[in-house]
Structure formats: structure tokens, C-alpha cells
Design a protein around this ligand. Structure first.
Ligand code: HAM
Length: 420
């Protein structure tokens, strides 16, 4: 065993797996960019209060899972457990909501939660997220959901399901809360659960213990308490999803793990992932900006779990097998061959062709072995004969088929460039 290991429960990616990870992440980002979202790059740590206030003190994320530390100046900082609160902090700090609305932002990076590690649940994990701020019509809710759905479709995923519900506006939530608190007070609960229910009674719907599940099976559901305005909003969301051909299931018992949600909320589950099946989730958070000291501006967004989406894509076997494939691998077998190979590589790379060469003195056999191992589409041997004749043979590695070419970048590009 090596002297040092990565900290417990973190996800790490190195070749060849990292190529698949990068492919998934870039497809998710691409889907956001196609819909007009722009990059926001934020610190991975924030003032702890951004999360305690933003995410909410009744959540596991804040109560049990934050990596909080004091910096040298005595400030309490926390590694970001999620992206939305930090984005809101930045929107408020830099007045990003003063221009055209909605402000459409995406982010991608590592997040940190001190959870019990298991397959698909890590202490450092990766999300691609989007936030659409300053507009609260149903169309933007549906756009956000559609960006996630189109990303999954572009990846070729099929076995996922969208669950949605509505948490309504504050008036709907208040009237439901009164009834729910009444209902909960009739239950016999331990002290910790009672305290948690006091902070956010909805949390009890999310309790994994069988006896609480049983007790909550008859609890009043928020979806039945939506006022006309919230109901109309949710109806419109459902109608637009149907028009876009995005299938959904209404799950009135769905509780998101963060407290800032209002109105439309949703989760995507994948059928082949077992216990950690959530590949993404999000929703509306109309009071968040205000609670962080900004103006009363609404927002909606999602976070997609890149690690789990990679697991899902592997389980469905829908990843292409030529991700980032090298186009050409050159095996020089003489000193002059090496110089020619170097020159060719630099010209080919300048033309956007991925290529590499065998380093060291490997000879013909070793050079071809290296070409094979590289996984490149084409292999090319350069020795003194090729240099003096100015001709070479380009080998399609998958079939062994050979193509004659001159030993010039322009001719090689003609063959290689037309190969995909
Ligand atoms: P979340 O549901 O907590 O939402 O996380 C989003 C996704 O991140 C999950 O569906 C899951 O795929 C992935 N994820 C979460 N925790 C872990 C973990 N420990 N290990 C691996 N993957 C994980 C949010 O974070 C919200 N900020 C999303 C959002 C944006 N809502 C509005 N805007």
C-alpha cells in the first residue's frame, strides 16, 4: 500500500476513466450553453453563513455535512456543499440582477459534503448546475427542466425518470404548515425529530425510518394546499412539459434536501443506480436572495451530479468508445525519423489534429506496439526510407488497412481529417 491515500470518500478520475468523466461534464455544460447560460466561476469556500442562512438549518447538509473551518483571520469558512447559495451571494454582491432578466448562469466543479461514503455518494463530488434568476413565469421552470432533460438525451440516457411537485407560494405553504404542524403534534416523536420538525416540518416526509414513514403516510400534502395562483403556475408547468414531450411523474411527497425551495421542484432518478439514484435535482427558490440580504428576486435552477451520471451512462453502456481518441500515432525508427516526426506533430497539432509519437529508441516493433497501446486511429512509421522517398504508409489501426500518402502534413490531414 502506498504511504498516502486520497481522503476517504472522494471521487477521483484518471485516464481512461477521466476521459469519460470529461465527456459527460462537457455535454452537460454544452446543453446549458445551447440555452444561453454563461459561466460563473466562484470560490469553493464561502462565509459559513451563506450556507447556514441560504441552505437552512433543518437540513442534513447544514447540520451534519459541512466542512467548516476557521481561517487564519478567525473567520468561519465552509467548503461549498452546493452551488446555489454561492451564486446568489455573487449576484447580490456584484448587482448582477440589475441588467436584463433572467440572469442565466451555469457552473461546474467540485462540491463537498461530509456524508457517509458509499457507491455514488462522495465527500467530494462534481456538479454542473444552472441558475435562472429574476423571472418567475412557468416557461422558465420548464426551460430549466428541459436543459437537464436534453443533456441526458444527448448523452443517450434512457432509463431516467423526472419527478416533480410544487411547494407553492408562501401563502400556500403557510396554510399547509398550520395543518401539518397540527398533524405532527399528534405523533409521538423523539426530541431530535421534534426539533427538526419545528425548523421545517416538511423534513419528516424525507425521514428514512419505517415508523416515521408509516406515521407520515396520512399527513396532509402541500400539493393539496396550493392556492389558485400556485395551482395555475404548476398546471402551466405540467402543460408545457407535456407539449415538449418531457415525461414526468408527480410526486407530492418529494422533499428536496435543501430548505430554500418554493414552487416547482424536481428530481431526476436513474433506474440502474440503486440507493443513490438521484442524478440531478432542483427547483424554484423565490425567497433565497432576499434571505441573503438581496432584493426580492426569484430564481430557479438545478444541480446535476456528474459522478452519478457517469455511473448511469456506464450502466446503460451509452458512451461512445472513441472519446478523445488520438487521430495519429507516429513511430519514428531512426534519428532523422524523430526530427521529421517532431515537425509533423507540430504542424498537425497546429491544424487541430490530435497526435502523439513514440519516445525513446523503440525500433519498429516497439514503435508499433506503442501505436497500438495509444489507441490512435492511425499509425505511421517514419524511417530513413520514408524521408528519402517522401512517401509513407498510414495504417488504420482497427483493421490494419494501409493508405499511401506523401510525408507531408497537408496530405496526411486530407486522409485523417476526413476520417470522422
Ligand atoms: P442536490 O439535490 O443536493 O441539489 O444535488 C444535486 C445533485 O448532486 C444530486 O441529484 C446528485 O446527483 C449530486 N450529489 C449530491 N450529493 C452528492 C454526493 N454526496 N455524492 C455524489 N453526488 C451527489 C443541489 O445541490 C442544488 N444546489 C441544486 C439546485 C440548483 N437547486 C436550484 N438550483
Amino acid at each position: 500500500m502506498s504511504k498516502f491515500q486520497a481522503p476517504k470518500g472522494v471521487s477521483e478520475y484518471f485516464p481512461p476513466n477521466s476521459e469519460q468523466f470529461e465527456f459527460i461534464r462537457d455535454q452537460l455544460i454544452n446543453s446549458a450553453k445551447l440555452a444561453g447560460y454563461s459561466l460563473i466561476e466562484l470560490p469553493v469556500f464561502e462565509d459559513t453563513e451563506v450556507f447556514t442562512r441560504g441552505v437552512g438549518e433543518s437540513t442534513d447538509v447544514v447540520c451534519k455535512e459541512m466542512y467548516t473551518f476557521e481561517d487564519r483571520g478567525g473567520r468561519s469558512l465552509t467548503l461549498r456543499p452546493e452551488g446555489t447559495a454561492g451564486v446568489m451571494r455573487a449576484v447580490i454582491e456584484h448587482n448582477l440582477d440589475r441588467g436584463q432578466l433572467p440572469v442565466k448562469l451555469f457552473y461546474s466543479g467540485a462540491f463537498f459534503r461530509a456524508e457517509r461514503p458509499q457507491a455514488g455518494r462522495y465527500r467530494q463530488f462534481y456538479q454542473v448546475g444552472i441558475e435562472a434568476i429574476g423571472y418567475n413565469d412557468p416557461e422558465i421552470d420548464v426551460e430549466v427542466i428541459a436543459v437537464a432533460d436534453s443533456a441526458f438525451k444527448a448523452l443517450g440516457l434512457k432509463q431516467y425518470k423526472l419527478n416533480i411537485t410544487s411547494l407553492g407560494d408562501s401563502k400556500s405553504r403557510d396554510s399547509h404548515r398550520t395543518e401539518l404542524v397540527k398533524y405532527i403534534s399528534s405523533l409521538k416523536l423523539d426530541e431530535e425529530t421534534t426539533a427538526r420538525a419545528k425548523l421545517n416540518p416538511l423534513r419528516l416526509f424525507d425521514d428514512k425510518r419505517e415508523e416515521i414513514k408509516q406515521a407520515m403516510s396520512k399527513a396532509p400534502l402541500l400539493l393539496d394546499y396550493l392556492n389558485n395562483e400556485s395551482k395555475a403556475h404548476f398546471e402551466e408547468v405540467k402543460k408545457l412539459l407535456t407539449e415538449l414531450g418531457i415525461a414526468y411523474t408527480i410526486n407530492p411527497r418529494m422533499v428536496r434536501g435543501l430548505d430554500y425551495y418554493t414552487g416547482t421542484t424536481f428530481e431526476f432518478d436513474h433506474a440502474l443506480l440503486g440507493a443513490q439514484s438521484g442524478i440531478g435535482g432542483g427547483g424554484r427558490y423565490d425567497g433565497l436572495m432576499n434571505s441573503l440580504g438581496g432584493s426580492d428576486v426569484s430564481g430557479i435552477g438545478f444541480g446535476l451530479g456528474v459522478d452519478r451520471i457517469l455511473m448511469a451512462a456506464l450502466a446503460e453502456d451509452c458512451l461512445p468508445n472513441d472519446i478523445n481518441q488520438l487521430k495519429l500515432f507516429i513511430a519514428p525508427i531512426t534519428e532523422k525519423g524523430k526530427t521529421a516526426a517532431f515537425n509533423l506533430l507540430s504542424e498537425l497539432r497546429g491544424n487541430g489534429i490530435t497526435c502523439d509519437m513514440a519516445y525513446g529508441d523503440r525500433g519498429l516493433k516497439g514503435g508499433m506496439k506503442a501505436a497500438d497501446k495509444s489507441g490512435a486511429l492511425y499509425g505511421l512509421v517514419i524511417g530513413d526510407d520514408e524521408i528519402s522517398s517522401g512517401k509513407c504508409e498510414l495504417k488504420l489501426m482497427s483493421s490494419g488497412e494501409v493508405f499511401s500518402s506523401t510525408l507531408t502534413a497537408s496530405d496526411l490531414i486530407k486522409r485523417i481529417g476526413s476520417s470522422n
